[in-house]
Design a protein around this ligand. Structure first.
Ligand SMILES: C[S@@+](CC[C@H](N)C(=O)[O-])C[C@H]1O[C@@H](n2cnc3c(N)ncnc32)[C@H](O)[C@@H]1O
Length: 263
């Protein structure tokens, strides 16, 4: 399973995940895959953020049913992930606080959203939103989406992939942390069904240019736009929290929609 995204993880000692006290005994595990043992540059910075009472309560109560730890130890059967078997499943990487995710799930109950982030308050927030809105088509995954893609998802299993406002890592020395890179695209392509769309959006112009360049050069993807440029913002993508902050600063938002080529 590791052939697509070297290097292979270094096995961690069994005790490792348990060294840190879990904040929520039945909730998301701290660093479920022990990813600090993997010598790979990560697209996120581990951070401690305050979990509100409501988020904590949602994590405690709803995680056992709707949460999923990205431990890298098992293959998921996406067809069985939701109450309606066989629902097409889209992966969203980096949902933040999850407001846009919940809105998209409510607007499209015929699609399952596997929403992955490392941010505990956001996980609690999305669980609470899903419950409040009676959503049956959202699962919240805790951990690094690279491990989820590489170790836990089967080839051709995804009906789509959404990466909305990934961390822009503006400093040059941090560019290597950006998610949208050739290596990531090669891995994502193996998990997307032929014809499935990878949809990215960013308000950071230099990152948008990089995305367009690497996606256009990726052999497994083709631009849905005949002119080879950015896509018009699709109506189905709600305003995200991070996007709103970018717009307040006068940033211009770009959407990119690339289709997984037929094999
Ligand atoms: C800038 S925020 C954008 C959040 C949201 N999409 C929005 O537009 O408001 C990027 C999010 O991606 C998450 N993230 C970054 N790399 C990730 C990875 N490899 N796996 C899972 N989540 C990741 C971060 O924790 C953060 O919540």
């Amino acid at each position: 399973m590791s052939e697509n995204h070297a290097p292979t993880p270094v096995p961690r000692p069994a005790s490792d995940a348990r060294r840190r006290e879990p904040m929520f005994p039945d909730g998301p595990a701290p660093d479920p895959a022990g990813s600090h043992h993997e010598r790979r540059i990560r697209s996120f910075q581990p951070r401690r953020s305050r979990v509100t009472t409501g988020q904590g309560e949602a994590l405690r109560r709803l995680w056992p049913q709707w949460g999923l730890d990205v431990d890298g130890m098992r293959r998921l059967d996406l067809g069985e992930l939701f109450d309606a078997p066989g629902l097409p499943v889209v992966l969203e990487i980096g949902f933040g606080m999850g407001e846009a995710t919940a809105q998209m799930a409510a607007a499209d109950p015929g699609t399952g959203i596997l929403a992955c982030d490392v941010h505990t308050p956001g996980q609690g927030n999305l669980l609470a939103l899903a419950e409040r809105n009676g959503l049956k088509n959202v699962r919240v995954a805790n951990g690094d989406a690279i491990i989820l893609l590489r170790e836990m998802l089967a080839p051709d299993s995804l009906a789509g992939l959404r990466v909305y406002f990934p961390d822009p890592w503006p400093k040059k020395r941090h560019h290597k942390r950006r998610l949208i890179q050739p290596e990531f695209l090669a891995l994502a392509a193996t998990r997307l069904a032929p014809g499935a769309v990878l949809h990215c959006a960013t308000d950071w112009e230099p990152y948008a240019e990089q995305m367009l360049e690497v996606l256009s050069a990726a052999p497994d993807f083709e631009n849905t736009q005949p002119d080879g440029g950015y896509a018009p913002r699709p109506e189905f993508r709600p305003l995200t929290r991070f996007e709103g902050q970018g717009l307040d600063k006068g940033h211009v938002v770009h959407d990119l929609m690339f289709k997984r080529r037929e094999r």
